[in-house]
Design a protein around this ligand. Structure first.
Ligand code: HEM
Length: 137
């Protein structure tokens, strides 16, 4: 967990953690917005969990499972998904891919959808005047 958290630059980490602890952010966050952060952390953990299997294959100099995984992912990317390719691969890879793909399935319905917003309009945006509603502050 700490290994995963240190992968994030501190500002991003603070944003993600703010979402769970800052009262104002919490007020506008829905359950699905916080759940997706946890899902990403769980997926990363499950991804790290595949290293044991991969290390075992590497020590045996056996690349067959990696080739099956890459053929399967190629079939998904080219919209000709062939699940039979991974019928016999380790369960650690299957669980990791299932949870990872679930993120792609549900993120458009969460605030993570904002990863698509490229803030180019900010370059041409006119200045904003920010004033307090309470006079004298
Ligand atoms: C469509 C979603 C995903 C698929 C199909 C997928 C697939 C895979 C596969 C096949 C491996 C094993 C690679 C190997 O052993 O060489 C792997 C490893 C890993 N994945 Fe994913 N993944 C997905 C999403 C994610 C996400 C969202 C994260 C992070 C949040 C993540 C983090 C990792 C990590 C840390 C490893 C271990 C590193 C390594 O073995 O080099 N994955 N993933």
């Amino acid at each position: 967990m700490s290994a995963v958290i240190t992968l994030f630059p501190s500002s991003r980490r603070q944003n993600a953690l703010n979402g769970m602890s800052n009262e104002r952010v919490k007020a506008i966050s829905r359950l699905r917005d916080t759940s997706i952060i946890l899902l990403i952390v769980v997926t990363a953990g499950l991804g790290l969990n595949t290293i044991f299997d991969s290390y075992h294959h590497a020590s045996q100099k056996d690349v067959s499972e990696m080739l099956l995984l890459s053929e399967y992912l190629k079939s998904v990317a080219t919209l000709r998904a062939n699940a039979s390719l991974i019928e016999n691969v380790g369960i650690a890879y299957k669980v990791h891919m299932l949870v990872g793909m679930t993120i792609f399935l549900i993120f458009p319905f969460t605030r993570l959808v904002h990863v698509w917003s490229v803030p180019v309009t900010y370059l041409k945006r006119p200045y904003q005047i920010v004033r307090s509603k309470i006079s004298g502050r």
